[in-house]
Design a protein around this ligand. Structure first.
Ligand SMILES: Cc1cc2nc3c(=O)[nH]c(=O)nc-3n(C[C@H](O)[C@H](O)[C@H](O)COP(=O)(O)O)c2cc1C
Length: 332
């Protein structure tokens, strides 16, 4: 019998636990339909960015101030809009069309760092038909006087404001860089998060030593990067009333299986799709189903979390005790 790979994420029933995470693939509805046909359980839209929204608001304000007579002249002062992937109106239109044409849930994504203004766009995304919203809080605290508490408060405030303005479920895509990751997860859960997406992948700059410039090129992930999100999903499993989504390093069915065993409700993928195309989804799901059949698992529900900290025989493997064992066990 074919194993049951249905799952639930943010309270939404999904046909599979493999979700297309935020990426340029979501820039047109045809791609979203292809993702659905290939077996994706849901798709997250690329993010609307704070800078993009601020710029559009500035433009509207300037046009307003310039008045209808000087409309053309005023336009010439505006910054290059082309540097941004898509305007707010097209973004909302894309969500509207995708939600109408796809059966799988379409999840909107906002890149929020400040609470102001976000409620408006969160509401607009909800009204456009998104089934849920992911808050992509990509924030590097370069101001070294800012305390950890300040930074955490920023996440919480954005979340609280957004939660007040929408009724669809809200997930927070967060960074792993908190002194107490588990406590931060608890705080977000208490502030109303319906799900946590672990983790946002930061794109740190590199230095080009020949030209003395900072390089910001984007590198795709590697399967070895599953370990950090895997550890935290394994620790958080069954401790908080939130959905857990894993993002980073899902390149094969094996990576998907690992995340489900640790306790993820869904595993998300982008790099593999950009590298190998949407056609890799069926092979990942086939690998999952074959593995389930060989191991006698009838449903994803049965296998989920069995390798979490709560369920393994040696929970210390998730903590410091194993650190010493690992270092001493290295044999070159
Ligand atoms: C080209 C590209 C564009 C991305 N755009 C977004 C985005 O708009 N919003 C977001 O939250 N994450 C974005 N991401 C991050 C992915 O959603 C994902 O979390 C990350 O790539 C790790 O998953 P992976 O290992 O499967 O690639 C982007 C990643 C790539 C490679």
């Amino acid at each position: 019998m074919k194993p049951d790979i249905h799952t639930t994420y943010l309270g939404l029933p999904l046909s599979s636990p493999l979700v297309a995470s935020a990426s340029p693939l979501a820039r047109n509805v045809d791609n979203l339909l292809k993702l659905e046909d290939a077996g994706a359980g849901a798709a997250v839209m690329f993010s609307l960015f704070e800078e993009q929204l601020k710029m559009e608001m500035r433009q509207v304000q300037q046009l307003w101030e310039a008045g209808a007579d000087s409309f053309g002249e005023a336009l010439s002062y505006f910054p290059e809009v082309e540097t941004y992937p898509v305007g707010v109106a097209s973004y909302l239109e894309l969500i509207r069309e995708a939600s109408e044409r796809c059966d799988m849930p379409i999840i909107g994504s906002l890149n929020g760092t400040t609470p102001e203004g976000w409620t408006y766009y969160a509401k607009a995304i909800e009204q456009a038909g998104a089934s849920a919203l992911e808050l992509n809080i990509f924030y590097v605290p370069t101001d070294i006087s800012r305390t950890g508490e300040d930074v955490e408060q920023r996440y919480v405030e954005v979340l609280k404001q957004v939660k007040k303005s929408v009724t669809i479920p809200v997930a927070v895509k967060l960074s792993p860089y908190f002194s107490s990751m588990g406590n931060m997860a608890t705080t977000l859960s208490e502030a109303g998060a319906d799900g946590l997406v672990l983790f946002n992948r930061f794109y740190e700059p590199d230095i080009d030593i020949d030209h003395l410039i900072l390089e910001n090129s984007l590198s795709l992930s590697h399967p070895s990067e599953v370990r950090l999100p895997l550890m935290w999903i394994g620790i958080l499993y069954d401790q908080l009333p939130v959905s857990l989504a894993a993002t980073t390093g899902v390149h094969t069915g094996r990576d998907l299986i690992k995340y489900l065993l640790a306790g993820a409700d869904v595993a998300m993928t982008t790099s593999a799709l950009l590298k190998h195309g949407i056609g890799i989804i069926p092979s990942m799901l086939e690998e999952l189903e074959l593995w389930m059949r060989l191991r006698g698992f009838e449903s994803v529900k049965e296998m989920r979390g069995i390798m979490s900290r709560k369920h393994v025989n040696d929970p210390a493997a998730y903590a410091r005790a194993n650190y010493i064992k690992i270092l001493h066990g290295y044999e070159g």
